[in-house]
Design a protein around this ligand. Structure first.
Ligand code: HEC
Length: 125
C-alpha cells in the first residue's frame, strides 16, 4: 500500500511537472483547489448542494439520477469532456444559461489543474 502510494505520488508529480511544459493540469494542485473551491458543495460519493462527482468525466450533464438539477443543466445536452468542463468552470452561465452553480474559476491554470484532478478521481470506482 505504501509502495502504491509513493508510486502514484511520483506519477502525479511527473505528470504535474510535464504539465508545466505542455500546459496540462497538475492533479496534485487540483486536489487542493477542489478542497478549497468545490468541496463546500460537492464530493465524489454524496450529493451535497451540488451533485456527486464520481464518474462525471465524459458523462452527460445532469445525469446523477437522485440529484435534482436545474432544468437548464438537465436539458443542455452537454457532455463533460475536458473542453466543456473548462468552459463550465470559466463561466457556468455562459455555457448553460439558467444553471444554478454560480461559481467560476477565472484562472486557466487552476481550471486545468482541477480538471486533471477530476479526471483522475472521478474515474476511480
Ligand atoms: C456553492 C455551491 C457550489 C460550488 C462551490 C461548486 N459547485 Fe458545482 N454545482 C453546484 C450545483 C448546485 C450544481 C448543479 C447545477 C444545476 O443543476 O444547475 C453543480 C454542478 C456541477 C457540475 C455538473 C455535474 C453534473 O452531474 O452534470 C460540475 C462538473 C461541477 N458542478 C463542478 C464543480 C467544480 C469543479 C467546482 C469547484 C471549482 C464546483 N463545482 C463548485 C454547486 C456548486
Amino acid at each position: 500500500m505504501k509502495q502504491y502510494l509513493s508510486l502514484s505520488l511520483t506519477l502525479s508529480l511527473t505528470i504535474g511537472w510535464c504539465g508545466a511544459a505542455f500546459a496540462a493540469g497538475d492533479a496534485v494542485n487540483g486536489a487542493k483547489l477542489y478542497q478549497g473551491k468545490c468541496a463546500a458543495c460537492h464530493s465524489f460519493d454524496e450529493n451535497e448542494l451540488g451533485p456527486r462527482h464520481r464518474g462525471v468525466f465524459n458523462r452527460k450533464a445532469g445525469s446523477v439520477s437522485d440529484y435534482s438539477y436545474s432544468a437548464a443543466v438537465k436539458s443542455s445536452g452537454v457532455v463533460w469532456t475536458e473542453a466543456n468542463l473548462d468552459k463550465w468552470l470559466a463561466g457556468p452561465e455562459k455555457l448553460i444559461p439558467g444553471q444554478q452553480m454560480n461559481v467560476s474559476v477565472p484562472s486557466e491554470q487552476d481550471r486545468l489543474d482541477l480538471i486533471a484532478y477530476l479526471k483522475q478521481e472521478a474515474s476511480k470506482p
